[in-house]
Design a protein around this ligand. Structure first.
Ligand code: AMP
Ligand code: GLY
Length: 432
């Protein structure tokens, strides 16, 4: 039996730990640092996700067999490399491969090199040149900080002035610190967004059920971008034909290019897609599971996630797929025959500033068809559950239809109480 440590403390990590705990191979799950809900599935380990030494030491001292890294920051800082060199099993790409998320400029150049469809772009490291260029082109356009900005460094600008303001915010006011010393200005793409996640050992890959996130804060996809306000899966706008097309035009060239660069990509590759009139185009890559997509996708999986992770980290995905006669795009074979819908409950003010420490009550008990994943929650000194982040809870409903899954999720979300609780009422609107 194995001991598995999940690194991170958000809703994604709660969902990972929950699914890992159900594996036939696992006797113990730790979550570092975890949150106010992860103690229901495992043991919270009081080490921050970005304390690389702390995590490596803990794993060595406690005989952890597999470490699963949730967030992008420790991956970008090289946590997976530390384990590989120590011969510990780790799920998550190397820092070199994680650049596909942590350095958007690298990602755009990579896509250009590999011929992967994405919006036309220019990169700048100087605000004057960026502004002069923006003055000469028409809106809409998208301005992005190149580095990691917790999902907040992207500005979809409907006017030239908005784009100039975004450059000022990122480069002059340094709203994202060093993450904004390079920027990308790219064409705005029109279409529907899809999150396609694949597990890969660097050569072979398996597509997970396609999902759709809801990035904007407000109903009807309005307001500022957030980390994600809700998700559902499978997203049927991602037809089999579109998935095959993404496999050939995006996923395979990406994995091939990483191998050619000498830094094979191993772990979970998240492809943020815009399905345009000209076919799927890449908005972004992430080097880890999506949040909140994971809270919808993992409850759908009918397979043992730890089995999949083990063949992925040991480079044996290909032989396993051959033995089971699985094609890379056969996501239905991994999935239960139903739908999952996840609603995010956020604190008032998110994605701007928000209060913490607000008491949370009335969380319903998990059922076969409804699970509450915690994100920004913790236990206070009196062991009462309080908010500790902007995205507080992710409530997933499971049913035979998307409509029913949404109903279950909303029914539970309505019951949960905390001051200023906010959630979008229209998750799944593009599917209906
Ligand atoms: P990113 O973190 O790069 O995926 O950007 C966050 C969000 O901004 C995406 O999920 C899209 O909603 C939006 N976005 C990013 N790039 C573009 C683009 N080129 N055209 C339209 N919307 C975009
Ligand atoms: N849901 C988008 C992300 O995880 O980046």
């Amino acid at each position: 039996m194995m001991k598995v440590l999940v690194v991170g403390g958000g809703g994604r990590e709660h969902a990972l730990a929950w699914k890992i705990k159900s594996s036939q191979h696992v006797s113990w799950v730790g979550i570092a640092p975890g949150n106010g809900g992860t103690t229901h599935v495992g043991e919270n380990v009081n080490i921050a996700a970005d304390d690389l030494d702390g995590i490596v030491n803990y794993v060595q001292a406690n005989g952890v067999n597999l470490t699963v890294i949730g967030p992008e920051a420790p991956l970008a800082a090289g946590l997976a490399d530390r384990f590989t060199s120590e011969q510990h099993l780790v799920f998550g790409p190397s820092a070199a491969a994680a650049r596909i998320e942590s350095d958007k400029r690298f990602a755009k150049d990579f896509m250009q090199l590999a011929g992967i469809p994405t919006a036309a772009y220019r990169t700048f490291n100087d605000h004057r040149t960026a502004k002069a260029w923006i003055e000469r082109r028409d809106a809409p356009m998208v301005v992005k900080a190149s580095g990691l900005a917790a999902g907040k460094g992207v500005f979809v600008c409907m006017t030239r002035q908005e784009a100039l303001d975004a450059v000022k915010k990122i480069m002059e006011d340094k709203a994202f610190g060093a993450a904004g010393s390079d920027i990308i200005v790219e064409d705005a793409l029109k279409g529907k967004e899809i999150s396609l996640q694949v597990m890969t050992d660097g050569v072979d890959y398996l597509v997970l059920p396609p999902a759709q996130d809801h990035k904007r804060l407000g109903e009807g996809d309005t307001g500022p971008n957030t980390g994600g306000m809700g998700a559902y899966a499978p997203a049927e706008l991602m037809t089999d034909t579109l998935i095959e097309s993404c496999a050939k035009s995006i996923i395979e060239p990406t994995l091939r290019t990483f191998r050619e660069m000498g830094t094979p990509y191993k772990g979970l590759l998240y492809v943020g897609l815009m399905i345009t009139d000209n076919g799927p185009q890449v908005l972004e890559f992430n080097c880890r599971f999506g949040d909140p997509e994971t809270q919808a996708v993992l409850p759908l999986l009918g397979v043992d996630l730890v089995d999949l992770m083990l063949v992925t980290v040991t480079g044996k995905l290909g032989p396993m797929m051959q033995a089971l006669k699985l094609k890379s795009t056969d996501w239905r074979m991994l999935s239960r025959d139903n739908y999952a819908a996840t609603v995010i409950l956020a604190a008032a003010g998110y994605p701007g500033s928000y209060k913490k420490g607000i008491p949370i009550t009335n969380i319903p008990t998990d059922q076969n068809n409804m699970v509450v994943f915690h994100a920004g929650t913790k236990k206070d000194q009196s062991q009462n559950l309080v908010t500790s982040g902007g995205r507080v809870l992710a409530v997933t409903g499971l049913a035979n239809t998307l409509k029913e899954a949404l109903y279950l999720s909303y029914e539970a979300s309505e019951q949960i109480e905390f001051d200023g609780r906010y959630f979008r009422k229209d998750i799944g609107h593009q599917a209906q």
